[in-house]
Design a protein around this ligand. Structure first.
Ligand code: ATP
Length: 238
């Protein structure tokens, strides 16, 4: 459902992603780990369209989306929750969630019954957001903002949900609840998760990839279990 062929991208004179070839199917749960600066965020932002690719093609549901703008990709179901969260801090939690619906397919965007149903699911996932409903997002804690950001992404009913280090600011129990909830929300949704913590990734995803210097490869279960190898690969230390 999403396929990258020979994709490279970067910033000004720097090429970060090098010849990325990847293919994920509907419902896949994919984890991505790697050292700081390896290009994990750049990969997510290239798929979402915030960073322009320099070569190669990105195909989504059989359609070449390589040249589409981020909002066009979002409408097709490609949604990214960034580390920076990009929330509207002067607006309330409820307003931020509602805005997430703007990225849903046009014919369903304001279908009242559907909006109510999805909102209910998000509030069941994060009951705390009910209490914070009328509060400006700018005054919320980091973890609460993370809940709003993930909730807002889910409001769009994405087909490909990309989460960039969602565990930052969230208690481990909440992180686990989020992953369990993703399964209950949609088994069709493809989830691409970037995390520093290999244990979180291994526990919550079925395919784990590692990115080093802008190149990506899949890692096997036996490699994941080899703590010394993983520490060396991810952190560059013995
Ligand atoms: P981390 O785990 O530290 O978040 P990452 O694997 O997500 O790292 P990226 O954020 O994708 O890595 O960064 C990859 C490289 O691109 C780094 O060398 C970084 O300094 C560089 N980079 C990222 N954003 C920009 C930018 N806007 N302009 C120039 N260089 C950038």
């Amino acid at each position: 459902m999403i396929e990258l062929k020979g994709v490279s991208s970067g910033y000004s004179v720097v090429t970060v992603l090098q010849d990325i070839n990847l293919a994920f199917s509907s419902g896949d749960r994919v984890g991505l780990i790697g050292p700081n600066g390896a290009g994990k965020t750049t990969l997510l932002e290239t798929i979402a369209g915030f960073v322009a690719r320099r070569s190669g093609t990105i195909t989504f549901d059989g359609r070449d989306v390589s040249s589409l703008k981020p909002e066009q990709r979002a409408e097709l179901g490609i949604v990214l929750v960034t580390e920076k969260r990009n929330l509207f801090t002067d607006m309330t939690t409820a307003e931020n969630l509602k805005l997430g619906r703007c990225a849903a397919p046009a014919n369903l965007r304001w279908d009242r019954a559907k909006v109510d149903e999805v909102t209910e699911r998000v509030l069941t996932l994060f009951p705390k957001l009910k209490v914070l409903h009328n509060r400006p997002v700018g005054v919320l804690s980091g973890g609460e903002q993370q809940m709003v950001a993930i909730g807002r992404a889910l409001m769009a009913e994405p087909k490909l949900l990309m989460l960039d280090e969602p565990s930052q600011g969230l208690a481990p129990q909440i992180v686990e609840a989020v992953y369990n909830a993703i399964d209950s929300i949609s088994t069709d949704m493809t989830v691409l998760l970037v995390e520093q913590d290999l244990q979180i990734v291994a526990k919550t995803t079925r395919n784990v990839y590692i990115m080093i210097n802008g190149r990506i490869r899949r890692i096997s279960d036996s490699e994941i279990d080899d703590e010394a190898l993983m520490t060396r690969e991810i952190f560059g230390i013995e």
